[in-house]
Design a protein around this ligand. Structure first.
Ligand code: PAF
Length: 285
């Protein structure tokens, strides 16, 4: 594995690979790598000749400065895990390397409706920051494919929109959410949970499966309300949203129709840590 911190050196190495007609897969991350990230790297390695992974905790996508300050950094372990995963290139730029002219976004991305829903509503500016950094990284790496985890379902939709807006020729590939044996979705933020909160956090997956199993038996509002009180009774401090939505548009669904693809998405706080998760299912009455 080669580790680059400078854009120019990374680009030189990638130009050489491209000259040899090698396909490039790209996995953007903010580090604190876990099995979920490693499965995306494995997917990229299966589908491409060369895999690049970036580790960059992007300041412009944090609407809450405390969340940015507390974001876990495990550099030595990340390098070791990347190497063990057989990664070809690890890119770890500094903030100055990524934003030499400041972090201000010149023109907002016209993301449309998707930016106003769910994460977009609760984290103003978040998706603009995500697009800013991913756009920059895509211009640097110029990959054939970008591989992203479905755990951040709305983010995947936003990146799909970014690719449409920019016309970049990169293909978006999605990787399934990896879960711990008790159902908790793997996330870099999980390391910030106390052992007690970690145990209680399993309530998220329970509430998602409960909704998917009862979708034909109860109405949507009841399901969302029951899931919210289940989380609050089981140790969560605050629920930003639990939303049963159309899997293609993310619009809230009031009356699902036969065979409609649905996704239930949740964001909730436990132990001052904000966790998100989602589950895809179809409505079959
Ligand atoms: O999902 C993440 O870790 C980040 O939002 C991403 C895509 C690496 C951009 O900073």
């Amino acid at each position: 594995m080669i580790l680059f911190k400078q854009i120019s050196q990374l680009q030189q190495a990638l130009a050489a690979a491209r000259n040899e007609n090698k396909s490039i897969g790209f996995v953007p991350t903010m580090g604190a790598l876990h099995q979920g990230h490693l499965s995306l790297i494995a997917q990229s390695k299966r589908e491409n000749d060369i895999t690049v992974c970036s580790i960059f905790v992007n300041p412009t996508q944090f609407n809450d400065p405390k969340d940015f300050e507390k974001y876990p950094i495990t550099t030595a372990q990340d390098i070791q895990l990347s190497e063990q995963a057989g990664l070809d290139i690890l890119f770890m730029p500094t903030v100055d390397e990524m934003y030499p002219n400041g972090q201000q976004l010149a023109t907002p991305y016209p993301l449309g409706r998707i930016e106003t829903l769910l994460e977009g509503a609760f984290r103003p500016g978040h998706f603009q920051g995500v697009c800013q950094v991913v756009h920059h990284l895509l211009n640097i790496v110029q990959p054939d494919a970008i591989v992203m985890g479905q755990k951040d379902y709305q983010q995947c939709m936003v990146i799909s929109k970014l690719l449409e807006i920019t016309g970049l020729p990169t293909q978006l590939k999605l990787g399934a959410t990896l879960r711990e044996t008790d159902g908790l979705a793997m996330s870099s933020r999980n390391v910030r949970l106390s052992p007690e909160a970690r145990q209680k956090a399993t309530a998220i997956y329970k509430s998602l499966t409960e909704i998917s199993q009862h979708i034909t038996k109860k109405d949507i509002i009841t399901l969302e309300e029951e899931a919210t009180s289940f989380l609050l009774k089981n140790g969560f401090d605050k629920v930003d949203y639990i939303s049963i939505a159309d899997a293609v548009t993310l619009e809230p669904v009031t009356k699902p129709v036969k065979d409609q693809q649905l996704v239930v998405l949740v964001a909730a706080f436990i132990d001052n840590v904000r966790l998100i998760d989602n589950l895809l299912f179809s409505f079959s009455s």
